[in-house]
Design a binder for this molecule. Structure first.
Ligand code: FAD
Ligand code: DHB
Length: 388
């Protein structure tokens, strides 16, 4: 088969790119390794920047987001004796929207189905060929039969463990990694959120985050040792530990209930440069991973897609300048969001091996944040998303 663009990976990056390209009359196919139900069952991000919301509207799938998403004008940071509200709207004029990644993915699938854009699930052994030539192609197995896609460009949206990045020769790739000595244990529960806005809590026992999907569905996270598995934590143990890490007023009103999902994710910062090799382009987690503390992973995937869709559309109008600058443009934003995610992670987690000095630095920074509009503005500007 022949398509103008072959997209590897049907997560949010790959699906959104396909939709934006189809809207511009460019024919793209998505190859996804997993069944659709599996992709839709993965509970991941929940906070969308305004830039991502605008992109979803531009792609024609803003209706459910606008009806069911919850606009948040601020967040609470509770640490080192302060309980501090960061007022996004007052400080930056912008807001974020709470709307689950699963819902974004569901909306994307529905629209791609409606317009007949192909998404091939359970594509096995996806292999990229000739990405550094003028005639790239991709092979894969589907239903036991070998298949081949000839295309003009390949886009790797296949996440951190995908094949696309590793197709770029090691001599070309520059990888930068920082691994944190803990993970996040997350649970989803059909309980009311403890507070109308997200609460990021820094505590000597470890970080905690109270998030939500809607007024009846809460998402909570605890910093845990990397060796902990979800089955090591009963629901009761989770709620007890969460209560210990929250300010007393919130701990008292915390509504608990059975978890309907429980998982542990390791924390990592990772960036692979460049994001282009010949006719192969990388977008989203395929090229970079951030620790979840600043809620940037999904939003960065979306900004890559915004840049790349513009560049591919310009290419089809005879202008290659945006394709040529894609890697540099995307990486400039990726590094800044990575810096923010890293600094939020350093500010709010317990690093038991680093002694008392870091804890005092964290306390000093929180104290400064509490008293400085400039410091709050810097945090808010990054949290709501740097300009595209
Ligand atoms: P992905 O969503 O990873 O999609 C990649 C797709 O490629 C997958 O569907 C995968 O099945 C497919 N694929 C992989 N290999 C192949 C192959 N060889 N062939 C074909 N297809 C392949 N971000 C936040 O902002 N907040 C959070 O709370 C948060 N929680 C997270 C929890 C977990 C466990 C993880 C892993 C990530 C989390 N993230 C979070 C990050 C956020 O979800 C990602 O940044 C976002 O999903 C990136 O989208 P993507 O499309 O680039 O990659
Ligand atoms: C969620 C996850 C995050 O990493 C974050 O910073 C905020 C919210 C969430 O899953 O709701």
């Amino acid at each position: 088969m022949r398509h103008q663009v072959c997209i590897i990976g049907g997560g949010p990056a790959g699906l959104l790119l396909s939709l934006l390209l189809h809207r511009a009359g460019i024919d793209a196919v998505v190859l996804e390794r997993k069944p659709r139900d599996y992709v839709l069952a993965r509970i991941r991000a929940g906070v969308l920047e305004q830039g991502l919301c605008d992109l979803l509207r531009q792609a024609g799938i803003g209706a459910r987001l606008d009806a069911e998403g919850h606009v948040h004008e601020g967040t609470v940071i509770a640490a080192h004796g302060h309980s501090l509200r960061i007022d996004f709207r007052a400080l930056t004029g912008k807001t974020v929207t709470v709307y689950g990644q699963t819902e974004v993915t569901r909306d994307l699938y529905a629209e791609l189905d409606r317009i007949g854009a192909p998404v091939i699930h359970e594509a096995e052994n996806v292999t990229l060929h000739g990405a550094d030539t003028d005639a790239p192609h991709v092979t894969f197995a589907h239903g036991g039969r070998g298949q081949r896609v000839d295309c003009d460009h390949i886009v790797g949206c296949d996440g951190f463990h995908g094949v696309s990045r590793r197709t770029i020769p090691a001599s070309v790739r520059r990888e930068h990694e920082h691994v944190y000595p803990f993970g996040w244990l997350g649970i989803l529960s059909e309980t009311a959120p403890v507070h109308p806005e997200l609460v990021y809590a820094g505590h000597a026992r470890g970080f905690a985050l109270c998030s939500m999907r809607n007024p009846h569905l809460s998402r909570h996270y605890l910093q845990v040792p990397l060796t902990d598995r979800p089955e090591d934590w009963s629901d009761a143990a989770f709620w007890d530990e969460l209560r210990r890490r929250l300010p007393a007023d919130l701990a008292e009103t915390l509504q608990t209930g059975p978890s309907i999902e429980k998982s542990v994710a390791p924390l990592r910062s990772f960036i692979s440069e460049p994001m282009r090799w010949g006719r192969l382009f990388l977008a989203g987690d395929a090229a970079h991973i951030v620790p979840p503390t600043g809620a940037k992973g999904l939003n960065l995937a979306a900004s890559d897609v915004a840049y790349l869709s513009r560049a591919l559309i310009a290419h089809h109008q005879g202008d290659d300048s945006l394709l040529d600058s894609y890697s540099a443009t995307a990486l400039a934003r990726v590094w800044k969001a990575s810096r923010f995610s890293w600094s939020m992670t350093r500010l709010l987690h317990a690093f038991p091996d680093e002694g008392t000095f870091l804890a005092r630095m964290q306390a000093a920074e929180i104290d400064w944040l509490a008293g400085s509009r400039a410091a709050q503005t810097a945090l808010a500007e990054n949290y709501v998303g740097l300009p595209l």
